[in-house]
Design a protein around this ligand. Structure first.
Ligand code: GAL
Length: 711
């Protein structure tokens, strides 16, 4: 839980701040209780499955929910798209069908997550009030049909949303079968920006609150150039490339992304407040998000008890590792998200949707490798998740999502391969529960490697908007470091600036472009107190409003990193430059910060060619009890970055492992979990005296091994 700057602006006295802090403290204690009630620590992990009663003949509900329970599934998920069923006419509510579905779930011992239906406003609403519909950048208003077509910025939409959410909360807020609530579904409009008049007006208000005066906005956006100067806020429109002959003003774009994220978080928090007023203290509130998605900033959705995310790994988009990787998925998909979502509100997470098998919407839709569905569930478990809710129980026969696998095949009663893997995981979880010791502590060697990765959405949006080279990939840059850390078996937390950096022996801020002197001061203090800070190319080029400094490029970090000067370079897409480090040669292609070190700063790597051959590519300096390392080059294969990190951890006296790419090793609650994301059989190093609970020392593709070691 934390305050945003806007909360502080609203609370102008210390008394307000203190009472709000006390409120949040109480809230988080309650949050913990209700999470533990639903997901008791000794149960370790829980499995759920989506079911849409409205999609199937009522005569089949009993059978389906019974089959779900028989698989070992513990909870189901209802209603996120059922607004039209619950309120078929304005103000006329019909909950009988949902009452029946919930009581059938109860009959079979299943708990229920209810979801607010705001992604699918009914047709009577959108016809009566077309201004609730979002408008695309090309001016087309998105019409009724499908989902995610209503504008969070519409007051009318909020009025109708408030009523249905309140009605649901009043009806089911005390129902003991309902353990928790999800708000909306993957809120984010599929990444479509809303240019409706509602959004335009709210954007102007947002800007006015941020800047106070139009002069301040003109100064920050650099409007004197190209006669962009505005005379009043009423003249401003959301930046929209479709309305302009050029890319929009970059400061306006950054403000728009922040605004959209505030609007969305405000919509989620608004629903959370309604729910919280009407539901029992035992029921928790969450939402489910697509990780690293525009325009979503999960850190702002802090009226929820915790956050969940959704993931589909085999969709023809990413190749994974090796020839069969397209059937197994990329380990970063779950690994990075686990490490990120664990660190938002509530300090815990679940995965609200996980692929059950083949999907219908990939670029192509391969069958997952046998075992992959099971391995993904274990990956969430290994990352500390509380649960996985698989998407979905039955495969649709008509309408949207035909060809999307479920736990059952098209006949509704035959387990799919993914369904069988869930049955297997459920049995195996019993083995783990029997071996669980609540007092297990993280092994010291792992704890000594704990590394924070600093990742903020503002920074991500700003860099993505001005990549400078097609070779640059902001998320992939951060995930490259994450992947290297995983190869060293380092526990990682992906955190925001709200985090206490002091809990990490190592902290990496990948391409942290936007900063201020306060953050540089925090980094310096962190290093002086013994932390090892790693900064990478592009860091500190701009202030928080995305202005370059009226100093040398990235000057605010010169003192901290021990450099005097820096410029950057790019190469054509097919060309590679050389970097030399410790008698090894590396290739860079994406980005090169060329560094001039100050006296006393060590040069760990130099450029091997171009007109700046011999200049520093990586620098390192001791600072207080810790150190600061700057990695100026960004490579495709990550080998230079890996060599630097391994040297840094070695010099810090911290031992690391050397796992093959795609072998992921985690530790949780006393269990080591190893997963094989590669296309080949791999030998796993498990100590002789370990108690192997699942799998063994030889793991085929998508294999899992779990063991306990003596502490
Ligand atoms: C998710 C979405 C679900 C369902 C699923 C299909 O992104 O939240 O409602 O559509 O994709 O794979």
């Amino acid at each position: 839980m934390f305050f945003t700057i806007y909360d502080f602006m609203k609370h102008d006295t210390l008394a307000h701040i203190l009472s709000a802090a006390a409120f949040l403290f109480t809230l988080s204690a309650y949050s913990q209780n209700r999470i533990d009630n639903s997901f008791p620590p000794e149960e370790l992990f829980s499995l759920g499955s989506y079911y849409y009663p409205e999609q199937w003949d009522e005569s089949q509900w009993d059978r389906d929910l019974g089959n779900m329970a028989a698989m070992g599934i513990k909870f189901t998920h209802f209603a996120e798209f059922a607004w039209g069923m619950m309120e078929p006419k304005e103000g006329k509510f019909e909950f009988g069908w949902l009452d029946k579905a919930i009581s059938l779930a109860e009959k079979h011992g299943l708990k229920v997550i209810l979801c607010t239906p705001t992604p699918t406003p009914p047709v009577w609403l959108t016809k009566k009030c077309p201004e609730v519909l979002i408008v695309r950048d090309n001016g087309v208003q998105i019409q009724h049909s499908r989902r995610q077509h209503a504008s969070w910025s519409s007051d009318w939409y909020r009025t109708y949303a408030r009523r249905i959410v309140k009605k649901m909360a009043e009806r089911y807020g005390d129902n003991p079968t309902v353990i928790g609530w999800q708000i909306d579904n993957e809120p984010g409009h599929y990444g479509v920006m809303d240019y409706s008049e509602n959004a335009q007006e709210k954007f102007r208000r947002w800007l006015k609150e941020k800047y106070g005066s139009i002069d301040a906005l003109n100064r920050t956006w650099g409007c004197s150039f190209w006669s962009e100067t505005y005379q009043n806020f009423g003249q401003i429109r959301l930046p929209n490339a479709q309305e302009l002959p050029e890319k929009p003003n970059p400061h306006a774009v950054l403000d728009m992304k922040c605004f959209m994220a505030d609007e969305l978080a405000g919509f989620v928090n608004f629903q959370a407040d309604i729910l919280r007023n009407h539901i029992s203290d035992n029921q928790w509130i969450t939402t489910n998000l697509i990780p690293v998605f525009t325009p979503v900033d999960p850190a702002k959705m802090d009226h929820t008890d915790f956050l969940t995310y959704t993931r589909y790994l085999v969709t023809g988009h990413k190749n994974g590792i090796g020839e069969q990787g397209f059937r197994i998925g990329d380990p970063e998909y779950l690994g990075f998200s686990n490490d990120q979502f664990r660190n938002f509100t509530g300090d815990c997470f679940g995965v609200m949707e996980l692929q059950p098998g083949q999907v219908n919407w990939g670029t192509f839709n391969p069958q997952p490798m046998p075992g992959a569905v099971r391995m993904w569930v274990y990956n969430v478990f290994a990352g500390g998740g509380k649960f996985v809710c698989n998407y979905r129980f039955r495969q649709p026969l008509k309408g949207s999502e035909q060809y999307h696998y479920g736990m059952m095949l098209t006949d509704g009663v035959t387990l799919s391969p993914g369904g069988e893997e869930y049955v297997q995981v459920n049995k195996e979880l019993e083995i783990l529960r029997n071996a669980y010791s609540p007092d297990a502590t993280e092994p010291a060697d792992r704890a000594s490697r704990r590394t924070g990765i600093l990742f903020e959405m503002n920074n991500y949006w700003e860099i993505e908007n001005q990549k400078q080279t097609p070779e640059w990939k902001t998320l992939a840059h951060a995930q490259k470091y994450h992947r290297i850390l995983k190869s060293m078996a380092a526990p990682v937390d992906v955190v925001t600036e709200q985090s206490d950096f002091g809990r990490f022996p190592f902290l990496i801020a990948p391409s942290y472009q936007l900063l201020d002197s306060a953050l540089v001061g925090r980094w310096e203090e962190y290093a002086r107190n013994g932390g090892h800070l790693v900064l990478t190319c592009r860091t500190g080029q701009k202030d928080r409003n995305a202005s370059l400094w009226e100093e040398l490029l990235s000057a605010p970090i010169y003192g901290l990193t021990g450099i005097r000067n820096l410029f950057y370079d790019h190469l054509p897409p097919s060309a590679y430059g050389n970097v030399d480090m410790d008698r090894c040669k590396f290739k860079w292609n994406n980005w090169a910060d060329v560094l001039t070190p100050s006296d006393g700063t060590e040069v760990w790597a130099t450029y091997g060619d171009q007109f700046y051959a011999g200049k520093a590519a990586v620098t390192h300096r001791r600072l207080g009890k810790g150190s600061v390392t700057y990695i100026g080059a960004d490579t495709d294969d990550g080998k230079l970055e890996e060599a630097v990190l391994r040297k840094l951890y070695r010099e810090a006296g911290v031992s690391v492992e050397n796992l093959p790419e795609g072998i992921i090793k985690e530790w949780r609650d006393g269990f080591y979990v190893v997963m094989n994301y590669t296309s080949d059989t791999q030998n796993i190093d498990i100590p002789e005296n370990a108690e192997i609970l699942i799998g063994g020392r030889s793991l085929g593709p998508a294999g899992v091994a779990i063991w306990k070691e003596k502490q």
